[in-house]
Design a protein. Sequence first.
Length: 331
Amino acid sequence: MAGSGTAHLRPERDLALAVDDLVVEFRVAGGTVHAVSGLHLDLLPGETLGILGESGCGKSSAGRALMQLPPPTSGTVRLGDTELTALSPRDMRRARARMQLVLQDPVSALNPRRRVGDIVVEGLEIWGWGDRDRARVVDELLTSVGLDPETVRDRRPHELSGGQCQRVAIARSLALDPDVLICDEPVSSLDVSVQAQILNLLERARERFELSMVFIAHDVAVVKNISDRVLVMYLGKTCEVLPSAALEASARHPYTRLLLDSVPSAADADRVPQPARAIELPSPLDPPSGCRFRTRCPLATERCAVEEPVLRELAPGQFVACHHAEPQGPA
C-alpha cells in the first residue's frame, strides 16, 4: 500500500488535531471502496496542513471523516483533548462547532432561500448565542471576509458571484469561533484571480482568528502557497509528508514528482520528466498489493508488489513511503 507508519507524527502534546489509523470504507454494489486506509496526521495550533492528491485519492473522504460526517470505519480523531469518535451524537454535535467545514461548491453550500445575514449567524442562533447584537456580528463577519455588509447583507446566494458566495461560507464558518477549519477544495470551482483572493482571505483569517487549518486540494501550487506542511495521498494512503517550502525542489516520492511534473513550468522547459506507466488507474475497490502506486511507478520492482513501504525520514521534516526513494544528493 502506498505507505504506512507514524514516523512523521510529532511528539508535541499540545496538538490542535491528532488522527490515528483512520480508515474510511464504503459498501457499494461491486464490493467495498477503500477510500482511506490507515491515515495518521497531526496539526499544530496555528498551522495549515495541506492534503494533496488526485481526484479519488481519498482526501475529501478523510476531511469529512475528521468531522464525523460520516464517522470513520475505524481509527481515532482527537480535537484538542476531545476524542471525537468516542462521543455520543449529542456531544459530537456540540463538539463539531469547534471544527468547521468549507466546501468546494460555494453556491450549493448556501441555502438559496435565505438571506446572507441569516446564513452567517445561523450557527449562533442554533446554539443559543443569538442574544449577541445580531446586526453587529453580521457586519463584523462580512467585513472580515472582504464583503460590504450594506451591499450583501440582504441578498440571497444566487445574487452573488461564486467568489462572494465562498466568502459568505467562510464568514459562516468563522461565526462559531472554531479551533480548526477544514477546507475541502475551497477554490477549485473559482476563477484563478478569485482563487488568489480567497487564499489570501483564508491566510488572514487564520492569523486573525488563531485558526488551525486542513486544506484539501489537487492543485500543487495552491497547496504549496497556503500550507506549512504537505501530506501527499494516493489511493487512501500517505506517500510523502514534507514542509511546503521543500515541495517543488526536494520531493522524493515518485507520485509527488508525477504531480509536480504535471504542472507546466517555463523553468522546466528543458527537463524531461520521468513518465508514469500508461495503464488504467487502479480502483479503490481492489487496490494493488504492496505499494498502491507500484502499477504506475517507473521505479517499481518485485519488492514493491509484496512489501508495503513505511514512511521514513529522508531529510529533516521530510518523510517518504517508498522503497527506492533516497536522500537528495548535494547540489
